[in-house]
Design a protein around this ligand. Structure first.
Ligand SMILES: [Fe+2]
Length: 290
């Protein structure tokens, strides 16, 4: 057994809601040994619970059913417990590519929601925002699912117009930004976008989206510190503890309204760039605001 040093950087247990720690299932960990090493890195960084969220329906996995995810999570927890002495638990989940089939896939119970509750990670394609996104999110909400849009700060269309995200938040969608975007490790465009989303109350979770033990590691402390420099310690803590705790428990989150883009935030002028269209709003979705 390795005697892990106690995480010195937190006075609370950090929860990571987005990771590819499950081995040999997508583009994440390549072996059980690498997955266990990722768990060791995460525990050392103060993470105590990590949601395993293999890709679904984007061609990077065989789209494992919830029963397979549950079995593999149990096996991985067993492998981790043989090596780590401190508290560290892996929970089931999925990262689902948005599509017109998504609501039907949820209805058929083909998707693993976070810890088997009602929160679910949804990803967009990298360069564009699907025109039907709002209707598809509304379809999930009608099924009792709380959608979490993952890493919008890495989407080219959103980088050009972050106010698109505020529109989703107003319609009850929660937002996860990747820690490495806030630290600048995904480049200046993602960092600038993450920064603006944080200042405009458009971020509810900070997650690692870890893929490997060497690069894209399961580390949240640096991203949390960078977020705290922008929005303050208490609100940064909510992104890695309070809000993820609500997600793994399936409890309702009450979030602040977005600050409109084009407003002055913390003394910095943030101009609105209306050069790209917003996703089309349906008649029904206009009545489904928080
Ligand atoms: Fe991911």
């Amino acid at each position: 057994m390795i005697n892990d040093p106690p995480p010195a950087c937190y006075a609370f247990a950090v929860i990571d809601i987005h990771s590819h720690i499950m081995p040999t299932i997508d583009d994440g960990a390549r072996t059980v040994e690498e997955a266990v090493e990722m768990a060791r890195i995460a525990a050392e960084d103060g993470i105590e619970q990590m949601v395993s969220t293999p890709h679904m329906f984007n061609g990077l996995s065989h789209n494992p059913e919830p029963s397979e995810i549950a079995d593999r999570v149990a096996q991985l927890n067993e492998a981790v417990r043989k090596v780590l002495s401190g508290p560290f638990t892996i929970l089931p989940g999925n990262e689902v590519r948005i599509s017109h089939e998504m609501v039907g896939q949820v209805r058929q119970n083909r998707v693993s929601r976070i810890n088997g509750r009602n929160y679910m990670l949804v990803e967009f394609p990298q360069v564009s925002v699907p025109m039907a996104a709002e209707e598809l999110f509304y379809g999930l909400q009608c099924e009792g699912v709380q959608p979490i849009l993952v890493h919008p700060e890495r989407n080219s269309q959103i980088q050009a117009d972050p106010s698109i995200v505020a529109n989703f938040v107003e319609h009850g969608i929660l937002i996860q930004v990747t820690a490495m975007s806030v630290t600048g490790e995904f480049g200046p465009a993602a960092k600038s976008c993450a920064d603006r989303l944080l200042r405009h109350n458009c971020v509810h979770f900070l997650a690692s989206d870890a893929h490997r033990s060497g690069r894209r590691r399961p580390v949240l402390s640096k991203g949390k510190a960078a977020a705290a420099a922008i929005i303050g310690e208490e609100r940064a803590r909510a992104l890695v503890y309070d809000n993820p705790l609500a997600a793994i428990r399936g409890e309702k989150l009450h979030v602040d309204s977005p600050i409109p883009f084009g407003s002055s935030v913390n003394g910095a002028n943030v101009p609105h760039r209306p050069n790209l269209p917003h996703p089309k709003r349906s008649f029904l979705s206009r009545f489904f605001s928080r």
